[in-house]
Design a protein around this ligand. Structure first.
Ligand SMILES: O=C(O)COP(=O)(O)O
Ligand SMILES: [Mg+2]
Length: 221
């Protein structure tokens, strides 16, 4: 097929927006509150994609382990810190705005499916001036427990919210590829995101090195 899908969904962290420094600051705040050593940004971003709780659990595992009560307490601390520091040092990746413009000009409806909590997703997109571009924004808690990526449900809900039609998804992690494929749609991944090694082995239908390749790659799906 050589035409564009009518709907393109995007992951957020590591795909449209480089949130690495703000997420790492929130994780390191929680580690500090627990008297743990901090972790480098490059290590923390490998823990992103499955939601904040899973990210923190991995960071605690890497610094001595944890018990469930401690995880709950530090998760609250992480979320409080992130709420107050959501867009201190986060920016969209090079070419993202131009690519979203190009898709909108071609009549493509855009959506977001992220495992970031919805109460953080909307303000972050708002502060970056991106929110108005998306017809549907689905966060990690929008559909309730167990309905985050790699479940296909948030992808299906995004497609419905965008009016239905042929869709594709763009992400940066195995959660994105798995969710898209489980929903029966193709997935592209961005090499500049948070999967530092093995992007070519995620099983995606294509890999973009820069957003100036996105439209052409979507046309070839
Ligand atoms: O794991 C998260 O908190 C969010 O990650 P995502 O935007 O890549 O889904
Ligand atoms: Mg991501």
């Amino acid at each position: 097929m050589t035409s564009l899908p009518s709907i393109v969904g995007f992951d957020l962290d590591g795909t449209l927006v480089d949130t690495s420094r703000d997420l790492a600051a929130a994780v390191n705040h929680a580690l500090g509150a627990a008297g743990r050593p901090t972790l480098p940004v490059a290590r923390i971003i490998t823990m992103v994609g499955g939601g904040a709780r899973r990210m923190l659990a991995q960071a605690l595992d890497a610094t001595g382990g944890y018990d469930p009560d401690e995880l709950d307490r530090l998760h609250d601390a992480l979320l409080d810190y992130y709420a107050a520091n959501i867009c201190v040092d986060s920016t969209s990746y090079p070419g993202v705005v131009e690519a979203l413009d190009a898709l909108a000009e071609r009549g493509v409806t855009l959506g977001i499916v992220t495992n970031k909590l919805e109460r953080f997703t909307r303000p972050l997109l708002g502060q970056l001036g991106l929110a108005h571009r998306f017809a549907a924004i689905i966060g990690g808690d929008t559909l309730g427990n167990g309905m985050a990526k790699p479940s296909p449900e948030p992808i299906r809900t995004m497609i419905e919210g965008c009016g239905g039609g042929r869709a594709a998804f763009v992400g940066d992690s195995i959660y994105d590829v798995s969710a898209a494929h489980a929903a029966g749609i193709p997935a592209l991944v961005y090499r500049g995101g948070f999967t530092l090694e093995g992007v070519d082995r995620l099983g995606a239908d294509g890999v973009i090195d820069h957003y100036d390749q996105l439209v052409a790659m979507l046309e070839r799906l």
